[in-house]
Design a protein around this ligand. Structure first.
Ligand code: ADP
Ligand code: MG
Length: 265
């Protein structure tokens, strides 16, 4: 929802005015994601994978992004994470144009502000469950301070998140990822993305390895944690059954001119 519209409706409506997501929007009208004239190709001179004129996502929005395989969804997430930089246009996250940052500052910006849940979870195999969840606090003093403020200590906050994701018990916490089921690995990855309350969580087809029951339960937990902090969630999936649960659904072909051309060909 555009900030100006939510401000207007919040003023006229006392119930809305008290909704925390609207409060957050009122307090901070800077979009969490703001793309303009984005052009990106993996190979110089090749047809761009991404040609997105504009995309704006505000604080607290939960967005479902779907589209054909190979159309560039993961590439867009890599740009939003600052792993790669666009050749043209702007990729603003929380008001910062990521192209203005050098590689080290971009890494730091990502660690501070963005939680990432990968398709294959990317847990560090030689670390325990607890150590994996605490990893963002090692990379980002900001995330560490926020985890401390919320849980008393980063460890206590990691334990709270894991418990809220139904991952409990001392034996479990000491395990390594290879000793976990796929569903458990995925929830550990979610706890790692959420610790220290990053403003933005991006998830790349995180439910593709789960059965329907586990998938729904996972989404319940993810939504609950995002609502606690008015976290913006950009969730890439081709699982149409999940779409209705989000605030906003975006067909990738509708925003990416390259994908539209491919679909029309
Ligand atoms: P999606 O996530 O929608 O399936 P991707 O963003 O993974 O799509 O891929 C979009 C296109 O970019 C594909 O043609 C893919 O081969 C290419 N691509 C993805 N990652 C890389 C990379 N690291 N190097 C070169 N080409 C890539
Ligand atoms: Mg992908």
């Amino acid at each position: 929802m555009p900030a100006d519209r939510s401000i207007e409706s919040a003023r006229g409506n006392p119930i809305l005015a008290h909704a925390s997501r609207v409060d957050r929007t009122l307090a901070d009208a800077t979009p969490v994601i703001d793309l303009r004239g984005l052009r990106f190709s993996w190979d110089r001179g090749a047809t761009p994978v991404l040609a997105i004129e504009s995309l704006r996502i505000d604080a607290g929005e939960r967005v479902f992004l779907h589209g054909a395989s190979g159309s560039g969804k993961s590439t867009l997430l890599a740009l939003l994470a600052g792993v790669v930089v666009a050749q043209g246009g702007q990729v603003r996250v929380l008001g910062t144009d990521l192209a203005d940052l050098g590689p080290a500052t971009r890494d730091r910006f990502r660690a501070d502000h963005t939680g990432i849940i990968f398709q294959m979870f990317n847990l560090v195999p030689y670390l325990s469950v607890l150590e994996n969840v605490l990893l963002p606090c090692d990379f980002s003093p900001r995330r560490r301070a926020r985890a401390e403020a919320r849980g008393g200590s980063p460890r206590a906050e990691a334990l709270r998140l894991l418990a809220s994701l139904d991952l409990d018990g001392p034996r479990f916490l000491a395990r390594q990822p290879a000793q976990l089921s796929v569903g458990q690995q995925q929830r550990v990855a979610a706890a790692r993305a959420l610790i220290g309350a990053p403003e933005l969580v991006i998830a790349d087809e995180p439910t593709s390895a789960l059965d329907a029951d586990r998938r729904d339960a996972f989404l319940d937990l993810l939504f609950r944690e995002c609502a606690r902090e008015s976290t913006t969630l950009l969730f890439v999936s081709h699982d149409a059954a999940l779409a209705a649960r989000f605030d906003r659904r975006i067909a990738f072909a509708d925003i990416n001119a390259t994908a539209t051309r491919l679909a029309a060909a």
